[in-house]
Write a protein that binds this ligand. Structure first.
Ligand SMILES: Nc1ncnc2c1ncn2[C@@H]1O[C@H](COP(=O)(O)OP(=O)(O)OP(=O)(O)O)[C@@H](O)[C@H]1O
Length: 272
């Protein structure tokens, strides 16, 4: 089963083009003969919180790495705010805050130093970088570990520090790979609340996850990727209604990702 959408259409009016913040155009990636991402076409509008859902190995991280210019597409492309992610990675990074699945820091820099360093890399003066760092450390409840080396941070603290790094230059777009992976429920809830605050400020958020309850709580729209192909997009409610009435998103997700193994039926849901 595949649920397809009007996303696959190219924007055909000036208004459409201005509305879109992230545009995937037949984005594909092969590792040797293995197709990890298959002709992904999708538009994400400004201000959307888009959940990119998929089981292990579906192609989420590969897609995000192409968005960040870390991997070169085998075919097609992706742009952020009209800028091609492959051709002009530096411009894209000015507009995007990126949280990798496993954020890596210089182990022997302290939390405050890492944030200041990232802020200065984004062009803030030393004084402004220090102020931004202090503000974010407080926002994320890390004020008690500002002088601790990152090597000693727990997974939850590292994720929060990574998110603070992603937000430090106040980007309009956040691209987050499994933002709550490995967090305990309290830390996960903290991070989700922080992201909802960012969404309320009008940021466009593209996040990958396999946690369906989080997607349901946070996302204005979701896309399900399975074996490299986008098989469904729509609001969580639309997806639930399209497959069966009354089912949870988890049930739908299991159903879709089970059936798509053998079936490529198209199910159109919503426009971009
Ligand atoms: N460098 C690589 N070389 C070969 N195959 C790769 C490489 N990186 C990823 N793959 C394969 O591509 C597929 C997609 O991987 P990817 O990491 O994008 O999935 P994912 O959806 O992020 O999975 P997970 O939720 O487990 O992190 C997987 O089958 C993976 O084994």
């Amino acid at each position: 089963m595949a649920i397809n959408t009007a996303d696959n259409k190219k924007p055909n009016s000036h208004n459409d083009e201005r509305r879109q913040m992230i545009e995937f155009r037949e984005l594909s990636k092969s590792y040797g003969k293995f197709e990890a991402v298959k002709s992904l076409s999708l538009n994400i509008a400004r201000g959307e919180v888009f959940g990119f859902l998929g089981p292990n190995g579906a192609g989420k991280t590969t897609t995000i790495k192409m968005m960040m210019g870390i991997l070169v597409p085998s075919n097609g492309g992706v742009s952020v705010d009209g800028i091609n992610c492959h051709d002009d990675g530096a411009e894209v990074k000015r507009r995007v805050g990126y949280l990798p699945d496993n954020p890596i820091f210089y182990d022997y820099l302290r939390g405050r130093e890492i944030l200041q360093f990232v802020a200065e890399m984004h062009g803030y003066s030393r004084k402004d970088a220090a102020m931004r760092a202090d503000q974010l450390l407080m926002d994320f409840g890390l004020e008690e570990v500002t002088e601790e080396f990152a090597v000693n941070y727990s997974m939850g603290m590292k994720k929060k520090l990574g998110l603070a790094c992603a937000l430090i230059h106040e980007p309009p777009v956040l691209i987050l790979d499994e933002p709550t992976n490995g967090l305990d429920p309290r830390a996960s809830r903290d991070v989700q609340e922080r992201l909802l605050n960012s969404a309320a400020q009008g940021k466009t958020i593209f996040l990958s996850t396999h946690l369906l309850d989080m997607a349901e709580r946070m996302c204005t729209r979701v896309g399900i990727i399975h074996r490299g192909a986008l098989v469904a997009t729509g609001t969580p409610q639309e997806i639930k209604e399209s497959v069966s009435s009354g089912g949870s998103l988890e049930e739908i997700f299991l159903k879709i990702t089970e059936e798509t193994g053998a079936d490529t039926t198209d199910h159109s849901l919503s426009g971009a």
